[in-house]
Design a binder for this molecule. Structure first.
Ligand SMILES: [Zn+2]
Length: 314
């Protein structure tokens, strides 16, 4: 998209902007970095911290903000390193602090809604809609373990480009999502912006090798988009169909497997017990699959995330 301004800043070749933008009706100021390349090219948006306790992407975004040289860049790189800033600063489990909402369920947002709605509206209308391509960095929250994988949205006008971007991500597994509502990258996708969501890291940790892997993926996608010199790599993937299981009860959680483990239909996946050790529920697999992320904490919450597994495409 040919644009000359982002978030009120003129795009001047070679310039780096580091600033905050105020979300109207809240106390939130969203940090962002705009790197205007010396040469013309596409606009790539990278967001992290839409879930504020998913730190691998946040740290990768912070580091990329200082490491991309505008002299070597074609196009514009926009980085929002901590999208849910108030959640980050109040140590929530990835919900927006002011209203307890999951930011990645309320896009494209509402300028007159609660804080999460307003924040989503600002992110969508200030950054996302001006992007030619979009990468959203996620990982496992403090209670979640997961294996690295990448999502793109199927059945959109930009599916082919999104799929090509996803193939630049160095993960073994890929999910072609059917979700077209609520999430930042989902809404971007249905608005014609090729987008991927990368999941890497778990338990709110941010190991160096995973931060570096996120950075390598973004740089590889930038090479694919022609924003940086050099040939891009592509990685063969195993496609999965994702199924999310939510907990039928609040209690203590004892999973049988870990992410990356495969299981067969009929196997026990985990047990929920009460505080006296009595079994409340046993979860049994209704089909064969591989655990991609799951609750890793002792406490599990009714209707909260329990297990997300991938079914292999036959
Ligand atoms: Zn997330």
């Amino acid at each position: 998209m040919k644009i000359t301004r982002i978030a009120g800043h003129a795009l001047v070749p070679g310039r780096i902007i580091k600033d905050h933008i105020h979300v109207g009706g809240t106390e939130i100021h969203v940090p962002h970095v705009i790197i205007s390349g010396h040469n013309p090219g596409p606009v790539l948006l990278v967001t992290a911290g839409i879930h504020n306790a998913e730190f691998v992407g946040i740290q990768a975004a912070i580091e990329l903000s200082s490491e991309i040289d505008p002299e070597q860049l074609a196009g514009t790189l926009i980085i929002v390193p901590v999208a849910n800033r108030s959640g980050f600063e109040n140590r929530t489990t990835s919900m927006v602090h002011e209203d307890g909402k999951n930011l990645n369920r309320v896009f494209p947002g509402d300028a007159s809604g609660t804080a999460a709605d307003r924040l989503a509206y600002l992110l969508f209308n200030t950054f996302i809609k001006y992007a030619d391509a979009y990468v959203d960095l996620h990982s496992g929250d403090g209670y979640e373990e997961l294996i690295p994988y990448v999502y793109y949205v199927g059945d959109t006008a930009c599916e082919k480009q999104a799929s090509a971007m996803a193939s630049c991500v160095d993960t073994e597994f890929i999910v072609r999502s059917r979700c077209k509502t609520g999430g930042a990258y989902n809404m971007a996708s249905v608005n014609g912006i090729p987008s991927v969501l990368i999941e890497r890291g778990q338990l709110s940790m941010y190991p160096r090798e995973e931060v570096d892997a996120d950075k390598s993926d973004v740089i590889n996608i930038m090479k694919y988009l022609g924003m940086l010199d050099g040939a891009h790599e592509t990685y063969t993937k195993t496609p999965l169909i994702e199924h999310e299981l939510f907990s039928p009860a609040t209690g203590c959680w004892y999973p049988e497997f870990h992410p990356g483990d495969t299981f067969f239909e009929g196997e026990k996946l985990g047990t929920i017990r009460d505080y006296f050790g009595k079994i409340i529920h046993e979860i049994t697999a209704t089909e064969t699959g591989i655990i991609i992320h799951q609750c890793a904490s002792l406490n599990i919450l009714k209707d909260g995330p329990m297990i997300s597994y991938g079914a292999f495409i036959k």
